[in-house]
Design a protein around this ligand. Structure first.
Ligand SMILES: [Zn+2]
Ligand SMILES: [Zn+2]
Length: 345
C-alpha cells in the first residue's frame, strides 16, 4: 500500500460506455527534459463526453482523462532549468514523435505515431499533477487567470487553428454554427481577423454572450424555419466561411447551403451522424470543405497571446472540485451554460 503522500486523485477511463472512475494513483515523477505541473484547473470539454461514450476511442484504457490544463510547474526533470519552478503554464496536449513529416513542421497534432496525447490516450488533467516535456508548457503572464487560461488549452487553441485554416479576410461574412466553448472562441478569433459574425445558437445565455462578444447577427435555431435562408437574407449571397460545430446531418446540410460561391466550410463538430451531400452542391459553387482537428503548439501560443491582450476571453461558468467530475460532465452534456466548467483538484 503506497504512502498517502505518494498518491494523488485522478479521474480515469475504465472502458468506454462506463462512467469515469475516481482513483488514487502514483504521483508522476518528471523524466529528463520534462516538468511536473501541479494542476490548478482543468476544463471540461465535450470531447471528454465523446471519450466516455466511446465515440472517440484511441484504444487505451486506465488513463487519466482531461486535456485543458493550467497549473504551476512543481518539479523540473533532469536537464530542465530550475528557473521554471513556480511558473504558471498552460499545457499543450500533443507529444509528437518529433521526426515525422508532420512533426518536422510543427504539426504534432497530425503525427501518426505520437509519444503521448494527455487526456486522449495517456494521463491528462483530471488529476492533481501531470508530467510533460518542457516544450509542451506555454508560460502565462501573471495577470491571466489560471482557470480561464486552462480553457485556452483546447477551446481557444482549437479555435485559433480552425480560424487560421479558414484564412478569414477582412469583411468576410463568418457563420459560427454552434455557440459552445469553441464556437465562442472562434467568434472572437474571426472578429479580430476582420470577419462579420453571424452566430447560430439556441438562444439563452450563450446567444447573449455571443452578442456581447461582438456577433453582428444572432440566429436562434429554435425560432428560425430555415437558417440557410436567413443567412442568405442577411448577407446578400451567402457566407464566406461557415464553422460547423454541431455535426448533425441537419446542421451540416444547412451549413453547406448557406455558403456563397467559393465559400469555405470548416468542420469541427461530430456526432454519430454521417454527412450526406450531393457532389453538385460542391461543384457548381466551387465550395471548399476543410476539416480541422485540435491545434499546433504555435496555435496555443497565439491563443494565450490573444487572451493576455484581452482580444480573446473564455468565460468560466463554474469551478467545481475534481470529485464532482460526474456533475460537471452532466452539466456539460446538458449544455446551455454561460461558459466552460473547470475542475479544480
Ligand atoms: Zn511525428
Ligand atoms: Zn477539448
Amino acid at each position: 500500500m503506497p504512502h498517502a503522500s505518494t498518491t494523488m486523485k485522478a479521474v480515469q477511463l475504465v472502458s468506454p460506455d462506463r462512467p469515469f472512475a475516481l482513483r488514487a494513483v502514483a504521483i508522476p515523477e518528471p523524466a529528463a527534459g520534462e516538468v511536473r505541473v501541479r494542476i490548478a484547473a482543468c476544463g471540461v470539454c465535450r470531447t471528454d463526453l465523446h471519450i466516455q461514450d466511446g465515440l472517440l476511442d484511441l484504444g487505451k484504457r486506465d488513463f487519466t482523462v482531461g486535456h485543458e490544463m493550467a497549473g504551476i510547474v512543481d518539479v523540473c526533470g533532469k536537464g530542465v532549468d530550475r528557473a521554471w519552478e513556480g511558473r504558471r503554464v498552460v499545457v499543450y496536449y500533443y507529444v509528437g514523435c518529433g521526426v515525422c513529416r508532420y512533426c518536422r513542421v510543427g504539426d504534432d497534432h497530425l503525427c501518426p505515431h505520437p509519444k503521448a496525447q494527455p487526456g486522449f490516450s495517456s494521463d491528462g488533467g483530471y488529476a492533481e499533477y501531470i508530467t510533460v516535456p518542457l516544450k509542451n508548457c506555454v508560460p502565462l503572464p501573471e495577470h491571466v487567470d489560471l482557470a480561464e487560461a486552462a480553457t485556452m488549452g483546447c477551446a481557444g487553441s482549437t479555435a485559433v487553428h480552425a480560424g487560421r485554416m479558414a484564412a478569414i479576410r477582412p469583411g468576410d461574412w463568418v457563420v459560427i454554427n454552434g455557440t459552445g466553448g469553441v464556437g465562442l472562441a472562434l467568434l472572437q478569433y474571426a472578429l479580430q481577423a476582420g470577419g462579420r459574425i453571424i452566430a447560430i445558437g439556441r438562444g439563452g445565455a450563450r446567444s447573449q454572450i455571443a452578442l456581447e462578444l461582438g456577433a453582428e447577427q444572432i440566429i436562434d435555431v429554435l425560432e428560425t424555419a430555415d437558417t440557410a435562408d436567413r443567412v442568405r437574407e442577411l448577407t446578400g449571397e451567402g457566407a464566406d466561411v461557415v464553422f460547423e460545430l454541431l455535426g448533425t446531418q441537419a446542421a451540416m446540410s444547412s451549413a453547406l447551403n448557406m455558403l456563397r460561391r467559393r465559400g469555405r466550410m470548416v468542420m469541427l463538430g461530430y456526432t454519430v451522424d454521417a454527412f450526406q451531400a450531393h457532389p453538385i452542391d460542391f461543384i457548381v459553387r466551387e465550395i471548399t470543405l476543410l476539416g480541422s482537428v485540435g491545434s499546433t503548439l504555435d496555435d496555443l501560443h497565439e491563443a494565450i497571446e490573444l487572451l493576455a491582450r484581452g482580444v480573446m476571453r473564455s468565460p468560466v461558468a463554474e469551478s467545481l472540485p475534481l470529485e464532482s467530475f460526474d456533475a460537471a460532465l452532466m452539466k456539460t452534456r446538458r449544455g446551455g451554460l454561460g461558459g466552460r466548467i473547470v475542475l479544480v483538484p
